[in-house]
Design a protein. Structure first.
Length: 327
């Protein structure tokens, strides 16, 4: 199984994130990922492709991806070009993860309509794939107009992974994307149910579920002891869920949109978080492997206020005491 990380992101933590990406590669991790949100203080960056380009210049082996960008905020031709350039800079190590988005405040900031965003995502993906294939397009669609071709072409075209939770998102992942990339917010029971739905959509689309990548994103806090890990999680991970998901985001799986208490770490962690000593983390990951069978576990390690030194310690603990159990 492959292991990836989501490093420090947000605020002015650029140097920390670059150092963590370099260290992750040195320690044997397989991938580094960045997310996208807008207007969140000290968490997330609005332009993950820019930061990934800097990481591409500082690394040589790890895959680099977005987990995920909000595709309706992008002009498809510009995104196709930027992704092609990033693929060139990285030497073919880029994975484009996308989703349709859900935060009304972000759509208002971008002067974009929440209504019809799924249709715009579908149209954009078709246009991007045609441009990456070197086609001379003459596209006049409901949302986008494009005539011509792009240069340079990405070699090879980046895989496209699609996030989301609803039936339409799973259907789009099965028919339009190379993989479905679940985020960290669903508990394991819900994940298994959604995977069955996704696999059924793959079969209906004429695809073999066994031949499709199986990434999964999870919240991870590791420390020398369970107690130390839970103290870090109480201080940083719980605050993230309480302030972001419990603060009116109306996330489809946690907080305002369901009954999950966002101020109780024990309730949130059950089936959802990987928190504990290395031995505890290995045990939790084995449960995830048995139930969901991911081929890549993307560990979201950064939460607001988490010191760079703590994240570095976690990287080293994971590399020395957790990853070898699955390699």
């Amino acid at each position: 199984m492959r292991f990836g990380i989501i490093p420090s992101e947000g605020g002015q933590r650029f140097a920390d994130a670059l150092a963590e990406a370099e260290l992750a590669e040195e320690l044997g991790f397989d991938s580094v990922w960045l997310e996208e949100h807008h207007g969140v203080r000290d968490h997330y960056w609005p332009s993950p492709l820019v930061v990934l380009a800097a990481m591409a210049a500082r690394t040589s082996r790890v895959m680099l991806g977005t987990d995920v960008i909000v595709l309706p905020f992008y002009a498809p031709v510009r995104l196709a070009e930027d992704a092609a350039v990033l693929q060139g800079i990285s030497g073919g190590r880029f994975i484009l993860g996308v989703a349709s988005g859900y935060r009304p405040e972000e759509f208002a900031l971008h002067d974009a309509s929440l209504t019809g965003r799924g249709g715009r995502l579908e149209e954009a993906l078709g246009l991007i794939r045609a441009l990456w294939a070197g086609e001379e397009v003459d596209h006049l669609g409901p949302a986008y107009r494009a005539v011509g071709r792009i240069e340079p072409l990405p070699i090879p075209p980046p895989p496209i992974w699609l996030g989301g939770w609803g039936p339409l998102a799973l259907q789009r992942a099965a028919t339009l994307a190379d993989a479905w990339v679940p985020g960290p917010t669903a508990d394991l029971t819900r994940l298994v149910t959604l995977r069955r739905d996704y696999d059924a959509a793959l079969v209906a689309a004429g695809r073999d579920p066994g031949a499709v990548r199986r990434p999964l994103t999870r919240e991870v806090v590791v420390a020398p002891t369970d107690r130390a890990a839970w103290e870090i999680a109480e201080r940083h991970l719980l605050v993230n869920y309480r302030d972001e998901y419990g603060g009116g985001w109306s996330h489809p799986l946690v907080g305002a949109a369901d009954a999950t208490p966002t101020d109780r770490l024990d309730a949130l962690a059950a089936g959802r978080f990987i928190v504990g000593s290395p031995a505890t983390c290995v045990s939790i990951i084995r449960e995830i492997v048995d139930a969901f069978a991911p081929d890549e576990l993307i560990c979201r390690l950064f939460f607001p206020g988490l010191p760079h030194a703590t994240l570095v310690s976690e990287l080293r603990l994971l590399a020395s005491d957790v990853l070898p159990a699955f390699r």
